[in-house]
Write a protein that binds this ligand. Structure first.
Ligand code: 13P
Length: 252
């Protein structure tokens, strides 16, 4: 049985006071939830403060990126040892916005994933097709390429600590959710790829989140699908009431 995982990707939102306000409200509303794993992923500058404020709760904290070297002359980058040292547990890797705007490729996603694992962090590795790719019938080719490229050379043991997130780019921030059936079809396909790359036990054990316009109103139908194990949430994670409702509705 895979434990569901709901993660809030705050993207580039929230000043320091806003971040603390959100986390305080989340702690009050869902700070004791253990039936699903709850993660918040604020911008780098707030990580330490958010970790400190989540301490007496079941909410874990994740980063939104990681560099693959541990230290060095890499101005502007943040490394695995740095993230681990402030108490971060997860890291989102290869989000479509990074693939689209910051030159992220399967190869760099793979390097970042290895760096996260080496530093005891749990990678949330994102894959997903864009609208042109879906409309030209290339969804499955793109997903196969993202999954095999991003996870190349990793072991079954590594996979025990990795979460995958399927985020169709056309559903991100657009209000257009993939239907539960559309999402399930791709999640099932991802599990079949994992079976070929690793083995059945690994494919069965890997958690695959869905992301793209997930809201309190549609989470229940999504997580009712056999291969959808939670959500990576953008917009609806920025307000305590909607994220708390979404977490609660994922448990029903
Ligand atoms: P929205 O939930 O705002 O569509 O964003 C999804 C996403 O990109 C989460 O990583």
């Amino acid at each position: 049985m895979r434990k569901k995982i709901i993660a809030g990707n705050w993207k580039m939102y929230k000043t320091a006071p806003e971040a603390l306000e959100l986390v305080a409200a989340l702690k009050k509303e869902i700070g004791g939830v253990t039936a699903v794993d709850v993660v918040v992923c604020p911008p780098f500058v707030h990580l330490g403060a958010v970790v400190d404020n989540c301490r007496a709760s079941s909410i874990a904290v994740g980063a939104q990126n990681i560099y693959w070297e541990d230290a060095g002359a890499f101005t502007g980058e943040v490394s695995g040892p740095m993230l681990a040292s402030v108490g971060v547990k997860y890291v989102i890797i290869g989000h479509s916005e990074r693939r689209q705007f910051f030159g992220e490729t399967n190869e760099t996603v793979n390097k970042r994933t290895r760096a996260a694992l080496k530093n005891g962090l749990k990678p949330i590795v994102c894959v997903g097709e864009n609208l042109a790719e879906r409309e030209s019938g290339r969804t499955f080719d793109v997903i196969r390429d993202h999954v095999t490229g991003s996870l190349a050379g990793l072991t079954k043991e590594d996979m025990l600590r990795i979460v995958l997130a399927y985020e169709p780019v056309w559903a991100i921030g657009t209000g257009k959710t993939a239907s539960a059936a559309q999402a399930q079809e791709v999640h099932k396909f991802i599990r079949e790829i994992l079976l070929k790359m690793f083995d059945k036990a690994t494919a069965d054990a890997t958690r695959i989140q869905y992301g793209g316009s997930v809201k309190p109103e549609n989470i229940a139908e999504l997580v009712a699908q056999p291969d959808i194990d939670g959500a990576l949430v953008g917009g609806a994670s920025l307000k305590a009431d909607s994220f708390a409702a979404l977490v609660r509705n994922s448990m029903n």
